[in-house]
Design a protein around this ligand. Sequence first.
Ligand code: FE2
Ligand code: FE2
Length: 342
Amino acid sequence: MYTQAIDLPDNDRPDEPKSLEAAKTAAAANAARDRAFEAAIANDRKIEPQDWMPEAYRRTLVRQISQHAHSEVVGMLPEGNWVTRAPSLKRKAILLAKIQDEGGHGLYLYSAAETLGTSRAQMLDALHSGKAKYSSIFNYPALTWADMGAIGWLVDGAAIMNQVPLCRCSYGPYARAMIRICKEESFHQRQGYDIMLSLARGTQAQKAMAQDALNRWWWPVVMMFGPSDKDSVHSGQSMAWGIKRITNDDLRQKFIDATIPQAELLGLTVPDPDLKWNEERGHYDHGEIDWSEFWAVVNGDGPCNRERLKARVAAHENGGWVREAALAHARKQAERAQRAAA
Ligand SMILES: [Fe+2]
Ligand SMILES: [Fe+2]
């Protein structure tokens, strides 16, 4: 999850109390409110939309959930490119179902963020104006059919690592949305691995195509977990609030440890000459990550940033008539119901 503040008004300041007595009462009420929130976090109870929460907690969640929703929706674009070129009817049906799931994930997540008082229109504005971020991984191109395999296997695989701990997130609506999302992500990961397996067991050219996809996607996926813990500005507070449960570096390590045996089974090589099993740590050591590439992509200079945003804005504009028609239909139905009740 990559973070960039989405500007929201700071309305956490209590009204100016009129008298000393009123000031004391307000302070006591604020202290009780703070204690209730802290006790819920300490006892691992869920925070629900109607509960009081600190404004910074609300802002962090809006930023994280909306970025997550944007990632699901923008994530449909690289795969959408391959629907018409899928090698068989079966692969096409699977890919379509997978992409449709991602659209659904976006919907659950926008709805979860809306419970925090931010409208869908505000979130989409932030995305379309370039103010809000989405996962850096979707700014890389999908050049061959093998990329559909690599994206499912690696990108959805990394997403699962990141998202399973979010099922225990302290904010109820987000945690509950993640339970269903994670079930679907595991189907996505398996369909990707299945594509890789078919290619790896196919002709020399197919195996080479699978290797090439792994070569191009490996490092961007390793970077997907976000900056190293020492450079991750939001991590500490998010961990304390129970929004984030595992640090970026620990998630990255878990992903690498789980994925290397899968690459070995495919007979493919991960493009990291420094990657080796560390007996003492019980984990794989990996090579240096090129953070300059990561920041360039996050800040708008990846291979496809402009193209993705343009496609997203065009999709939104071209879908305007559908939203208008749905609203007109809902209006008509409400009028009809009103007439029938009269
Ligand atoms: Fe998803
Ligand atoms: Fe997915």
